[in-house]
Structures are given as C-alpha cells and as structure tokens.
Design a protein around this ligand. Structure first.
Ligand code: GLV
Ligand code: MN
Ligand code: MN
Length: 412
C-alpha cells in the first residue's frame, strides 16, 4: 500500500513546534526539561491524543503514543525520535521523526488500514547531551544500556541531578522501571534528517541506515590559579584557559592524525572561570566529542587525547579531573529491516542508498535489543545543528511515506 501523506498538515506542525524555543526564530533551542521542552512535549501529546493514540510516560519522561493493534499480545512495532534541541539548532533534527511518525499513523488510519501489531511512537528524553553531557538518556535507559542508579546521579552544569530534574517536571515512578523487555517490541524504525551531504550530492531521495558510528565524550575540569591580570606576572602563572586551549589543539591533532578520514574530534564546550577580562582564568570546563565508524580508531584517539591532557596539565601545574562520560559501541542495523526499507522505497519508486550514520541517534541504543534501522531524509548542504538546517516538504513527504509503508508492512 502507498499511504497518502498530508505534507501541508505536517509542515504546519513542524513550523509551529519550531516556535517553541528558548531563543527567537530561526534559532531553535530546547534543552531537556526547559520550559520550552515542556511546552513542546505538551504540543506533541496534544497531536497524539487528537490522532486517537493512547499516551503514557515513563519515569525518565520518555513519551509513548500507541495505536493498538488487532492482536494486542504481539510485540509492537516502534518508531520515534526526539524533540529536544541543542543551543542554536534548526527545526528538523529529531522533530521530523516525531511529527513524521504521527503523520505516518494518521495517513495509515485515514487509508482504512488496521494494524495487526500495535504501532508505538516514542518521543525519547534527551537525545541531545546538552544538559547532562551524555545523549540518548531515554533510549539508553529503555534498552538497559545505562544503569538507572548511574543515570539518577548524572549532574548538570549547576550540580542538579537528573533525579531531581525529572521529579521536578512531574516524571513519576522509579528509574528502574524504564527498561523494557525484549518482548515489548518487534522492531524499531527511526526517521531522521541525514545531517550530512551525501544524499543531496548524489541526488538520492532517501537513505537507509546500515550502521551507526560510535560516539565518545570526555569531560575535563581544569583547576589553575586565578589572580589579578595586571599584578600577576607571567612566570609561574597557572592559567586554566591556556591549558584548555592546548588540549583543544591536541584534540584536532589526534583526530586529523588518526590515519582515518572518518575520525572527528570536537571540543564543543569550553567554559572558563571567572570570565573577567582582568582576571587570570582559574578554572575551565571542556567537553570533547570523538567519533569514528571504527571503534578501535576512536578509542586510540581518545586515549591519545587523555594522555596529552595529562601531560599538558602536569607541565602547566593545572589540576585535572577527567571523565569518560560515554564511549559507545557502533551499531549494525538489522539486515532484514534494512531490506524491508529498501523494498518499500522501490515499491514507492523512490531512489535510496544504504549508508552509515555519522551522527548518533536513539536507534543506536534501540538496536542493541530490537531489530532497528533508520530512514534518512536529505538536508540542504548537509547542514544540521544550526538554524539554517533545511529539508523540503517534498523530501520529508517521501521519508514519511516510506516510514508509513514500513510500519504497515511490519505491523501486518
Ligand atoms: C546527535 O545529535 C549527535 O550529536 O550525533
Ligand atoms: Mn542533534
Ligand atoms: Mn537527532
């Protein structure tokens, strides 16, 4: 079957949710559990209820919207993504998979289809790492990839724990209850923008993800000695910023010198204390993101950065607290589900290409338990994590149409 997607309705909803932001348009900023995130969650819940889906929420704030199948004993087929957004983001990352999932369900309902298996849309908590330094909190807990007691103790930059945050925003129950049994789902398919330039360059309509690259994050807290910028002479200074700057350059060097063009290293957070022009920086916080499609290369780059950081701090007499927040394994998607996605594209006369995801996604963790794949929609110039991120309505429509086709096929 080829479901009829109402792209005007979907685009209007994408536009509407993009205005729920901590910063004015075209910027989208929706940090986990911020007022904007809570309002966006309410917006999505309203759409789910209007579409006749049954809602529930777990203890970490993952939202589930279920279309009950004819046989409720069968494991459900799940789809979904996230609505939180990093600072200075665009309006498609994550949102297309959530609102596109709702549109896919509506299109199937309107076509008269009744699924045998239930179809469940998941809106994952905190795919983005902004608040706690580690991403995919919802899918990590749901799949058992993160221990609930470790999750509870995660701290944000102000020292407030995930446990306090989630209770404050009304997430009920204990974190131990978030993990779902293998029998809960039969498969997971995530629709997402590509966040890279391949599909646009090669003029291919959709991507079907076979592998997801492995991310790792380091958090470094540097402690130097502050002092008056005029009166503290240069010899003997213990400037935390300068140590951090050397470390950031070491990250670039390690990533470019890894021997693989797939390695990327980014110092995405660099905050200094006290942040006054006439004061020697006494402290610095760095968060470093390292990725590769090969876990061995990624880990050796990571180890090299850690070694450099220790050497730099020793030489500059800077205190160093270094933590690996995460170092995940790459995912291999389900060959059967990948084949279903490719066949669905062919049946709908949509060109597609099997590809690797260099960004991480909730599918990375869902795939550890359930057969999973992703459908990628091209985006202009591969831009993402910036306000000018863009996919056209026609590109999105094809992605949602294939998602709906796959849900119908797997739900039976
Ligand atoms: C997800 O947003 C990522 O950083 O890959
Ligand atoms: Mn993102
Ligand atoms: Mn995303």
């Amino acid at each position: 079957m080829t479901p009829k997607i109402n792209i005007h309705r979907l685009q209007a909803e994408i536009d509407e949710i993009s205005l729920i932001s901590e910063k004015p348009a075209p910027v989208v900023t929706r940090i986990l559990f911020s007022e904007a995130d809570l309002r966006a969650r309410a917006f999505v819940k309203k759409l789910c209820l209007r579409s006749g889906l049954k809602l529930r929420q777990d203890a970490v704030g993952n939202i589930f919207a279920r279309w009950e199948g004819l046989d409720r004993r069968l494991p459900a087929i799940a789809t979904g993504s996230h609505i939180d957004a990093i600072p200075n983001a665009g309006k498609y990352d994550g949102v297309v998979g959530v609102l596109g999932g709702i549109e896919a369900v509506r299109a199937l309902k309107e076509s008269g289809f009744r699924p045998k298996r239930s179809i469940e849309l998941i809106i994952f908590t905190s795919e983005e790492p902004t608040r706690f330094g580690i991403g995919c909190l919802g899918s990590r807990l749901l799949s058992g990839a993160l221990a609930p007691d470790r999750a509870a103790k995660l701290l944000d930059a102000r020292g407030k724990s995930l446990d306090r945050w989630r209770r404050q925003v009304g997430c009920k129950g204990v974190l131990n209850s978030v993990r779902l049994p293998k029998s809960f789902y039969s498969a997971f398919v995530e629709l997402h923008i590509e966040q890279g330039p391949v599909l646009e360059k090669e003029k291919i309509s959709l991507g079907v993800v076979e592998k997801i690259a492995a991310p790792a994050t380091l958090r470094l807290v540097l402690t130097g000695a502050g002092g008056h910028a005029g009166a503290t002479l240069m010899p003997g200074r213990r400037d935390a910023l300068l140590a951090g700057a050397e470390i950031a350059l070491a990250v670039e060097k390690a990533a470019t010198g890894s021997g693989s063009s797939d390695t990327v290293g980014t110092t995405g957070v660099f905050e200094i204390k006290p942040g006054a022009v006439n004061s020697v920086p006494c402290g610095a916080l760095l968060e470093i993101d390292v990725r590769d499609t090969e876990v061995k290369t990624r880990d050796s780059v990571l180890a090299q950065i850690e070694k450099c950081a220790r050497e730099i701090c020793r030489r500059r007499k800077i205190g160093l607290k270094m933590e690996r927040l995460n170092a995940d394994l790459p995912a291999v998607c389900s060959p059967k589900l990948v084949a279903t996605a490719v066949e669905t594209c062919h049946a709908q006369r949509i060109s597609c290409k099997k590809m690797v995801s260099r960004a991480y996604h909730d599918a990375l963790f869902m795939s550890r338990i359930w057969p999973a794949t992703m459908i990628f929609i091209p985006c202009r110039k591969g831009y993402s994590h910036r306000p000018d991120e863009y996919s056209s309505p026609a590109q999105i429509e094809r992605g949602v149409r294939v998602l709906a086709g796959m849900l119908a096929h797997v739900a039976g």
